[in-house]
Design a protein around this ligand. Structure first.
Ligand SMILES: Nc1nc2c(ncn2[C@@H]2O[C@H](COP(=O)(O)OP(=O)(O)OP(=O)(O)O)[C@@H](O)[C@H]2O)c(=O)[nH]1
Ligand SMILES: [Zn+2]
Length: 295
């Protein structure tokens, strides 16, 4: 019996495809995983045992950096949030929920603004560039930003997300012409709709992996899972310098006198649209009672 470490790159009906330095093994999971809440998912680093005959088995799941439920995945490093200058126009609330959810899950958010050839992306660029979140202007027509997007990928697990029509498929096909990525249209033709849960697959690229999105839709991350209102402020990186400077220690930064965050919004140091999203999200979670919270 031989033990090796690897990464789960695909999971289909009880089989896990584990990539190791020299091979990809089709594995089954150890029976006892079924009794625990922790089952292996795509992205997991695992130890597998390879018997003389029969299927190799996933024996151990290594500590995860993060995990998300839909699609089931672990250890995402970067979430590229694609939005477009026009058609569709950027929806700031949706984008901000995605950035906050990423930060909450220990994933680095990156904003990619597509269609910069049709309309200048200056306004949205300035909003996000001032937050400390990496922001890239991109066009599939002129090629602007493509090299910068490539530079994000080595040695990371990267997922792409964005509303329908922003240009995810176009971007992914431009970045990875050899990948034969599954697109939203495919599942539409099968009549299953775009938002059916399907498993993701990791595709190797430059020492890292790219999720074969658009398996991700905004629908899935938009339901952000931050449940503690006092934590929300930390999901907005540009608030950080001012947290603790408000007149009241319990300040919610939504309407209080002497609020340092509101003062910065007034001075233009924090963007109004970002603060509006913060207030919307705060109001959504503030009524969740302690006992109703997920543990
Ligand atoms: N001018 C211009 N058009 C673009 C750009 N990126 C995408 N498009 C066009 O925008 C339309 C939508 O692009 P898709 O790549 O299908 O968008 P998507 O995000 O994958 O959409 P879903 O599959 O619905 O999730 C297509 O007609 C693309 O040709 C861009 O940078 N500039
Ligand atoms: Zn405040």
């Amino acid at each position: 019996m031989n033990s090796v470490e690897g990464r789960i790159i695909k999971a289909i009906s009880g089989f896990y495809y584990v990539e190791t330095t020299d091979n990809t093994y089709e594995c089954k999971a150890r029976g006892s995983f079924r009794k625990t809440s922790k089952t292996p998912v795509v992205g997991d680093l695992v130890t597998i045992s390879i018997p003389e005959s029969g299927y190799p088995t996933v024996e151990e799941i290594h500590k995860r950096k993060n995990s998300i439920v839909r699609p089931p995945m672990a250890n995402i490093d970067t979430l590229v949030i694609v939005c477009s200058t026009v058609s569709p126009a950027p929806n700031y609330t949706v984008i901000d929920k995605m950035t906050a959810t990423a930060v909450y899950n220990n994933i680095e958010p990156v904003i990619v603004i597509s269609k910069s050839d049709i309309k200048s992306g200056e306004e949205i660029y300035n909003i996000y560039n001032s937050t400390g979140i990496k922001t890239i202007l991109y066009s599939s027509v002129t090629g602007e930003g493509v090299d910068e997007i490539y530079s994000l990928l080595p040695n990371k697990i990267t997922a792409f997300i964005g509303n329908s029509g922003v240009g995810k498929s176009t971007l992914l096909n431009k970045l990875f012409p050899d990948f034969q990525l599954k697109t939203g249209e495919v599942s539409d033709k099968l009549g299953r709709g775009r938002h059916t849960t399907r498993t993701v697959e990791l595709l190797k690229f430059n020492g890292g992996y790219v999720c074969d999105t658009p398996g991700f839709s905004t629908m899935q991350l938009e339901k952000f899972n931050i449940q503690d209102k006092t934590q929300l402020q930390y999901m907005f990186p540009e608030f950080e310098d001012y947290i603790g400077q408000c007149k009241f220690t319990s300040c919610s930064h939504t309407c209080e006198k002497g609020c340092a965050i509101l003062q910065m919004v007034e001075e233009g140091k924090i963007q109004k649209s970002r603060h509006n999203s913060y207030v919307d999200m705060y109001n959504e979670i503030k009524d969740i009672k302690e006992w109703e919270r997920r543990k």
